[in-house]
Design a protein around this ligand. Structure first.
Ligand code: FAD
Length: 354
């Protein structure tokens, strides 16, 4: 059964700590707190200053309460342990290219993953840090004559984000090329999971519901020799350049393509006459209707309202309920309202998924 958007980000994305069965949320936190840093085992935490808009391709989002950047798995495990010891909820992010952060920021710790090694194992086998750039990996493997990740050139995320989301394009998916995934659990243990034990679907992965998961650390890919991989990779990239607003601030496709309909979400949005439609600084792209642009100064509320209005109009016209692919990261994990009120042009819009 598909997981509702709100529930998904409330329950899956946030690694929270609980006291007496109550989620520890400090809603009275003041976001105007001045920046402070402290070192702990070589980790530099920044408190109260880092802006999420600087960590996301959409360029939207307020300050996070704690921020830390990690470059290897020891630092990652150490940062996770620190959050646990101090009852701080945390989220790990790569390039923030699939996330809508909130104007209120995040009342916890954002761990920015920059674990970016690449090891060549046997022929066609690559072990890659989860913070490695996915588009760089796609280009590199294709250049070396290996097929399986040609589609990744042009996806501006990390390997960790790609495996978490099962990113895909042009009939290829991340999961197809995976041999194993290394994770760190909430109690600090490292585990290697074999591909055969993991089941993936369209933008659906076991990591989205894995209770013990703290973070994905590395992925091993098994690729096939191919004479034409480089040509295909360049072809896909060219197609992207022609059909997507690549110079704008976006988060890729906002909605998943509806299953079994044989029609893309972009087509439905376009046919509903919504290209160029805007709410504040948020706008439906004129080039690709499933890409929503921060045209300057978009707030998270502008974007959420635009998403809600587009959903409603497509539903009214075609009877199709679009499902978000982007993830809204709420500032507080578990106090989100399942029926958030969104009003547009004086009307209240039903946003059961926002
Ligand atoms: C111009 C553009 C084009 C795009 N094209 C495509 C496309 O063709 N196909 C496609 O599928 N997507 C596409 N995207 C969306 C996005 O780039 C992908 O979903 C990408 O894989 C997200 O990676 P990220 O590192 O930015 O993840 P983030 O946005 O940082 O995070 C996404 C989710 O993954 C989780 N996560 C990230 N890293 C880890 C980790 N190490 N361990 C555990 N959880 C983690 C985060 O907590 C979050 O829940 C596009 C986006 C843009 C802006």
């Amino acid at each position: 059964m598909p997981i509702p958007f709100q529930i998904r980000h409330a329950q899956l994305l946030f690694h929270t700590t609980r006291r007496n069965n109550t989620y520890f949320c400090n809603n009275s936190y003041s976001f105007s707190k001045p920046q402070q840093t402290h070192d702990r085992n070589d980790l530099k935490f920044v408190h109260g200053k880092k802006l999420l808009k600087d960590l996301s391709t959409w360029g939207i989002g307020g300050p996070c309460k704690h921020f830390i950047q990690v470059f290897d798995q020891t630092q990652l495990a150490s940062a996770i342990r620190y959050c646990h010891e101090n009852s701080i909820r945390f989220i790990i992010i790569g390039k923030g290219s699939n996330c809508l952060f909130d104007d209120l920021g995040f009342d916890g710790c954002v761990i920015l993953n920059r674990i970016d090694f690449l090891e060549r194992k046997e022929h066609g086998v690559f072990r890659v840090g989860s913070g490695f750039r996915f588009n760089k990996l796609g280009k590199q493997c294709s250049n070396e004559g290996f097929a399986g990740l040609e589609f990744a050139g042009g996806i501006p995320g990390t390997v960790g984000g790609a495996i978490f989301m099962n990113a895909g394009a042009n009939g290829q998916e991340t999961a197809d090329a995976v041999e194993s995934v290394e994770i760190v659990t909430k109690d600090g243990k490292f585990q290697r999971l074999e591909r055969a034990d993991l089941s993936f679907g369209y933008r659906l992965t076991p990591f989205q519901t894995m209770q013990e998961l703290a973070a994905i650390v590395a992925v091993t890919f098994q690729l096939q020799r191919s004479e034409s991989s480089k040509m295909r990779q360049l072809e896909y990239l060219e197609r992207r350049r022609k059909s997507q607003p690549i110079s704008e601030r976006t988060a890729g496709s906002v909605f998943q393509n509806p299953p079994y309909l044989g029609v893309a979400a972009a087509k439905l949005i376009e046919e509903a006459g919504l290209k160029g439609f805007r709410v504040g600084g948020a706008m439906v792209s004129e080039i690709h209707a499933n890409f929503f642009i921060n045209s300057g100064g978009s707030t998270s509320q502008d974007m959420l309202t635009l998403i809600a209005v587009v959903k409603e109009k497509v539903d009214r016209k075609f009877g199709v309920q679009l499902k978000e692919e982007v993830l809204h990261i709420s500032p507080y994990c578990n106090d989100v309202k399942p029926n958030k009120d969104v009003t547009f042009e004086g009307r209240k819009i039903d946003t059961h998924c926002l």
